[in-house]
Structure formats: C-alpha cells, structure tokens
Design a protein around this ligand. Structure first.
Ligand SMILES: *Cc1c(COP(=O)(O)O)cnc(C)c1O
Length: 422
C-alpha cells in the first residue's frame, strides 16, 4: 500500500476498513478525558464490552442457583472450559480435541514439560532462545534441575545478532544439528516478546523431529496475533496466555495445545487431576485415573468460571471476524506504524531504529522501536500525551496496533505525538 502521513489518508483507511465496527465493542482507557491511543494489546488486551455483561450473568446465576449452577446456569459451569474450544482451535489452527483453556501460562508450560521433557541417559538438552522471557527461563532451568541436570550445561541458548537483536534462524537449525544426539526438547517463543520476530514454527519443528526431539512453543505473543497451523505443523505442544492479544483480562486463563498424536498414550507421564478424568465416570470417583482422550486430559481442576468469562466475550469477536481477516488488517496497520515511524525519523532527522523484521511474514502486530539516547524521555512524553505503549530496558518502546480495536487514525495520531515528542 502507498501509505501517507496525513489525517485524510488515515481517515480514508478507517472508512474502508471492513473490521472498523469492532473498535466499538471494546472499552478504552481514558487519558486527558479522551480515549487513549492504546498500543499495548500485546501486554494486556482491552476489555470487550460484553465481558462485564457475561460476568454479571455468572454472578447472578451463582446467586440464583448456588451449586445447581454447575448444570442449570445459562452457561453450565460443569463443561465451562468447553465453551472456549471451538474459537481457540480456530485461532491456533488445531482440531477441537487438541486445545483446552486452563490455568496460567507458566503453569501450563510446566505441565507440558512434565509430559514432553523426559530426559533419558542420552537425550537431556533443551534448546531455547537467549533472553527468553524470564518466566520461561525460570521454567526451563527449574525443569532441568528437577531432573537432576545442570541448566548451565543442558540449556542451549540461541544468541541474537548483537547488531540487529534478531535471531538468525540458521543458528537455530545449526544448534539442532549440532545437538541432534542429545536434544530432548526445543522450546521457543513463537513470536519474540522483545523484538516481535515471528519464527518459522513449521520448519523448526520439522528439524527438531528429524533430530529426534520434541518441539514445544510458547505462543504468548502469537496466539490471536499471527496465523498458526499447529496441527498441520506437527507441533508437539504449545501454550499461550489469554490476556495479551486474546483479551481475557488481567491474569486471565491460558490455553494449551497438545497434538492428537500424543492423546491416549499411556506411556506419557502426566500430572493428573479429576478434571482430566473421563467425564462419564468423574463423579463416581473411581481410584483409577482414566484420561479423557483429548488435550482435556491435562486439566487438573474444575474451571475457574469467573476468571474465564471475559475471554468468552473476546473469543466471540475473534470467531465473528475470523483470524484471516484480522491478519489482513493487522499487516496493513503494522505496515502503517512502521511507515509512520520511518517518516517521523526522516522529518525530525532522528535515527529511529526498528528492531522488528521488515518482512510482514516474519512479524505480527508488534513494532519494537529504539530511540537512541533519549528513549525514556520520549516514552514519558508519549505517555503524557495519551499514548499507552510499553517500555523495556534498556531502550525499547514496544507498540502493537491491534486489528480488533486499533484504527489507522490511532497510528496517525501517534505519529504526530511522536514527532512533537522528538
Ligand atoms: C507474557 C508472557 C509470560 C507470562 O507468564 P504468566 O504465566 O502468564 O504470568 C510468559 N512467557 C512469555 C513469553 C510471555 O510473553
């Protein structure tokens, strides 16, 4: 698209945007009495207007029915997690049997590793990206220690290029090849939280399998953002949080994917709880655990209904809009953000660096911008002017223009504010 840094251009794009009505289905924080320019949907997605309505319905049903709400509530609590399956499966490109909404992300990564990181005398190593999100590093290192392995020698971290801060995928393939006899697991963030780099999940997963390892993906920054085909890509497992692009609300419920080839396998160990047990006999409370023959077997507890409800309101919108149409708009919007930053840099004669890959197929909705020297001051000025972005030490401003609720005008206004901030 031939972008222009003008109000008229942004207005025209918004007028022609087939997704424009979705913006009105969300609540925007107010700054200086106006809706904020909200670019942190990659950190905490906005509240869908229906979230409050649905949450109140649950509270009313609890008041009205007490325990009988498990079966009699408008949305029965007993099978509550099932209400998320269809939409989540579409979002991550899975069969319905392969996904389940449960727990928090880090909890789920651990539960997945209990099953899929099973070092033996030969295969003991894990490959991950250097500077992985700290929680992922803690999870990986503690899993290694749990198995009596020294993390310093068993965790192989792929370093980013010191200049671009991106990871050259060739180095991932090289590490897989070099460790092919000892590789137990590769676990990487599908979209890097810091740079916004989107990895070739399919290609890397295949290389891991060829080497005899398992491939798991942290999709915290990918789910609801980029197009995923987890089933076809033969991914072993994945987990993501619900509160970033999926708008489940603070600390909201996570989701997991377990490929169907791993369902019903008795030799795969699993931490078990009653919600993973066969639904027919669950309430007969037998001693023996009979796993549900789907990803639901990894559930431990009954669904935390009140904290799951907001996700329902958001997934409804994802279902309606469709991830393909959302991604189409997202590419245009992200391209516009990139264009605006470059234009402002030129006009103000400032070196603004964008870490995020230029190739749209290698990124999602996030742009990571570096303002040399004055980064923090610029960030603070943006914040005062109503731009909600995210500051990451040492010098990165992360911005995500989210197709469900951000407009081209948001991005244009951000450009004007950035210009005066510089
Ligand atoms: C956001 C994020 C987390 C957060 O973990 P929680 O368990 O949801 O608190 C973990 N890993 C990555 C890569 C993230 O982006």
């Amino acid at each position: 698209m031939n972008y222009q840094f003008s109000k008229e251009f942004a207005q025209k794009c918004d007028d022609e945007d087939p997704m424009k009505e979705y913006r009105n289905k969300f609540l925007f924080p107010q700054v200086n009495g106006k809706a904020a320019f909200y670019f942190t949907g990659n950190s905490l997605g906005l509240q869908a207007k229906n979230a409050q309505k649905y949450l109140l319905e649950e509270l009313e049903d609890w008041a009205k029915y007490g325990v009988e709400g498990h079966t009699d509530a408008k949305r029965a609590w007993l099978p509550y997690h099932e209400f998320f399956t269809d939409a989540l499966a579409k979002i991550v490109g899975a069969k319905n049997t392969e996904v389940v909404a449960m727990n928090g992300l880090t909890t789920n990564l651990h539960l997945m590793m209990v099953s899929f990181f099973r070092p033996d005398s030969k295969r003991t190593k894990i490959i991950c990206e250097a500077k992985a999100f700290p929680s992922d590093q803690y999870a990986l290192r503690s899993q290694l220690r749990f198995h009596g392995l020294d993390p310093d020698s068993h965790l192989i971290e792929i370093q980013p290029d010191p200049e671009t801060e991106l990871i050259d995928e060739a180095n991932i393939y090289k590490a897989i090849e070099e460790n092919k006899d000892e590789l137990a697991l590769l676990m990487i963030g599908g979209v890097n939280y810091y740079t916004g780099q989107f990895f070739d999940i399919k290609g890397i997963t295949k290389a891991v399998h060829d080497a005899g390892g398992m491939a798991g993906w942290d999709l915290a920054h990918a789910a609801g953002n980029v197009k995923l085909q987890l089933h076809d890509w033969d991914v072993d497992f994945a987990a993501w949080c619900g509160y970033k692009y999926l708008n489940s609300g603070p600390g909201g419920v996570s989701g997991v994917f377990v490929h169907e080839k791993h369902h019903g396998q008795t030799e795969i160990p699993r931490f078990e709880g009653w919600w993973g047990h066969d639904k027919e006999t669950r309430f007969k409370m037998p001693d023996e655990f009979i796993p549900i023959p789907t990803a639901e077997a990894w559930q431990l507890s009954n669904a935390p209904v009140l904290s799951m409800t907001p996700l329902l309101a958001s997934l409804e919108l994802f279902n309606e809009a469709g991830i393909d149409a959302l991604r189409t708009k997202a590419d245009l919007l992200t391209g516009y953000m990139e264009f605006i930053i470059n234009e402002v840099g030129k006009s103000e004669n400032k070196k603004l660096k964008i870490l995020t890959p230029k190739d749209p197929s290698k990124r999602g909705s996030q742009i990571s911008m570096v303002v040399p020297e004055s980064g923090k001051a610029v960030f603070d000025t943006l914040t005062k002017a109503g731009v909600i972005a995210d500051w990451r030490e040492p010098d990165v401003i992360r911005l995500a223009a989210v197709p469900l609720y951000n407009s081209f005008m948001d991005v244009y206004q951000f450009g004007e504010i950035l210009k005066s901030a510089l």
